[in-house]
Design a protein around this ligand. Structure first.
Ligand SMILES: Cc1cc2nc3c(=O)[nH]c(=O)nc-3n(C[C@H](O)[C@H](O)[C@H](O)COP(=O)(O)OP(=O)(O)OC[C@H]3O[C@@H](n4cnc5c(N)ncnc54)[C@H](O)[C@@H]3O)c2cc1C
Ligand SMILES: NC(=O)c1ccc[n+]([C@@H]2O[C@H](COP(=O)([O-])OP(=O)(O)OC[C@H]3O[C@@H](n4cnc5c(N)ncnc54)[C@H](OP(=O)(O)O)[C@@H]3O)[C@@H](O)[C@H]2O)c1
Length: 457
């Protein structure tokens, strides 16, 4: 049998997902000394995952990483199959017929719930949907948010919560020249929201947001940060967390929060109120969200392991808009083992595990491998680790039959699936940039798959 990974028989790898982890895995595979053919699938006609559909429109520099991904896509042994949803257009067992190994880099596409009464009342939304909506993701283009309300509450204090609250707090002039979806810009231009509450269950030392993001809140054109200085008082365990020499993250955050607490009374039109030590325990209202009930917490446990524990002391906050932003969660994919509790594909160093043992030829990278945490760069070493596992397994992998991308294309065509190549994507990309010029934006995204495909016809 011809050896896999040679010019005579290249190693054929399918990567499912074209976000950062998919591209970093492709890069690591193409840099190896084996001859490897990569086909990358995405359910959308557009690549880049959350770099396109998650990263906030007012943070354009972060998106420049796509230049690195475009370079990887130029490799002669790389091909893109956009607009192909694995598990729907092509079941996993069928996909496996065409590849020696499959690497899932399909991210964490849904969100965690708070599991509190009233969570599904109208007026209660997810950060996932709001982010997808303002970023023009086709799944969320038809979402509506009741921006006629004056008070919005966001639960969670990660950087996604910072994005959501900042977009609500900015003036339309601060967003106009970004690549924000036009439907979102128009809705936000009519927004009546003037009070935004960012609610964290633990304290300022434990807050997940990072310093540049919290600092930005103090620099908004028409919104003042508001903070109760009493919330900055620390228990002994939090003080020792702060004193830890390695903990620069909390020190930087606390410096910004302390400066906010010392500011004179707010004078701008909007207020950004930061709450610590509070958990939403119920959303209430007649037929829609009218108030959130918050329970005061105390922190218990060792330094760096402190948990929030309810004290029984409750307060009500009137609000008409509520967003949960308490983390993303992976979705199951038929034909791939799934860990229901953690919401990811169970794996060891990227080898997907079935009943505790590696499932031959199946791998995972990125958020579906380790859970929904980490910035874009975190995915690079993570994907490299998975590729190392894959290459170590290569000699024992069963070669697929037949190793033929043409047959796969024919199969997709027969099913009426219009696979989008990287050259096709570049046409969509150029059309979006052209549309953006008319409005002084870097691009105007197409928000439906039909519109994207129409560019190619
Ligand atoms: C709202 C938000 C903002 C963020 N902002 C920043 C930031 O400013 N800076 C930063 O460094 N990090 C940021 N991050 C983190 C960063 O985006 C992630 O670390 C990174 O995107 C995770 O990469 P991934 O490849 O694992 O998943 P993703 O980026 O989610 O990519 C997964 C891809 O898989 C595709 N897919 C899913 N299912 C299928 C299927 N069945 N078939 C085919 N394709 C499929 C999806 O369409 C998607 O393209 C942000 C995250 C979020 C949620
Ligand atoms: N600008 C950027 O660089 C940027 C932007 C967006 C996202 N990202 C990255 O993307 C990743 C995901 O971000 P994320 O904000 O979704 O997640 P995250 O950073 O994990 O934050 C989740 C937040 O939700 C809280 N939470 C979780 N369960 C809760 C519950 N039941 N009740 C109340 N609060 C709860 C957490 O509090 P506890 O701490 O108490 O658990 C935390 O404040 C992060 O690594 C983030 O840095 C980066």
């Amino acid at each position: 049998m011809t050896e896999l990974g040679t010019a005579a028989r290249p190693f054929r790898v399918a990567i499912v997902g074209s976000g950062p982890s998919g591209f970093y895995a492709a890069e690591a595979l193409l840099k190896s000394d084996k001859v490897i053919q990569i086909n990358m699938f995405d359910r959308l006609p557009t690549p880049y995952g959350l770099v396109r559909g998650g990263v906030a429109p007012d943070h354009p520099k972060i998106k420049s990483v796509i230049r690195v991904y475009d370079k990887i896509a130029e490799h002669e042994r790389f091909a893109f199959f956009g607009n192909v949803k694995i598990g729907e257009h092509l079941p996993v067992n069928e996909l496996r017929r065409f590849y020696d190994a499959v690497l899932f880099a399909c991210g964490a596409e849904t969100d965690k719930r708070l599991s509190i009464p009233g969570e599904d009342l109208p007026g209660s939304y997810t950060a996932t949907a709001f982010v997808g909506w303002y970023n023009g993701h086709p799944d969320y283009r038809h979402c509506t948010f009741d921006l006629s309300q004056e008070v919005a509450v966001v639960a969670g204090q990660g950087n996604v919560a910072m994005d959501v609250t900042r977009i609500l707090a900015k003036t339309v002039d601060e967003l106009r020249e970004t690549d924000i979806a036009q439907h979102a810009l128009e809705a936000l231009a009519e927004s009546k929201v003037k009070e935004i509450h960012l609610v964290g269950r633990r304290g300022p030392v434990q807050a997940a947001f990072t310093q540049p993001e919290i600092k930005e809140i103090g620099e908004l054109a028409d919104c003042d940060p508001v903070l109760d200085p009493a919330d900055l008082e620390l228990n002994a365990a939090s003080q020792s967390e702060l004193d830890d020499l390695k903990n620069q993250h909390s020190k930087r955050n606390l410096a910004v929060l302390t400066e906010f607490a010392s500011r004179p009374a707010p004078s701008k039109n909007k207020r950004y109120c930061i709450h610590f030590f509070k958990s939403p325990v119920e959303l209430a209202g007649s037929g829609k969200v009218e108030r959130v009930i918050l329970e005061r917490n105390e922190l218990v446990g060792e330094p760096f392991k402190q948990k929030a524990r309810g004290t029984g002391v409750r307060e009500e906050l009137s609000c008409g808009l509520f967003f949960r932003s308490v983390g993303y969660r992976g979705l199951p994919l038929p034909g791939v083992p799934f860990d229901e509790t953690a919401g990811l594909f169970p794996n060891e160093r990227g080898r997907i595990l079935e009943s505790g043992a590696p499932a031959p030829g199946l791998y995972a990278a990125g958020w579906i491998k380790r859970g929904p945490s980490g910035v874009i760069g975190t995915n690079k070493p993570d994907s490299i680790e998975t590729v190392q596992s894959m290459l170590a397994d290569l000699p024992g992998l069963l070669p697929c039959e037949p190793p033929d991308s043409g047959a796969l294309r024919e199969l997709l065509m027969a099913r009426g699936v219009r696979a989008v190549s990287y050259a096709d994507w570049r046409k969509i990309d150029a059309a979006e940039i052209e549309r953006g010029k008319l409005r002084g934006k870097p691009r105007e995204k197409f928000t439906s798959i039909e519109e994207m495909l129409a560019v190619l016809d």
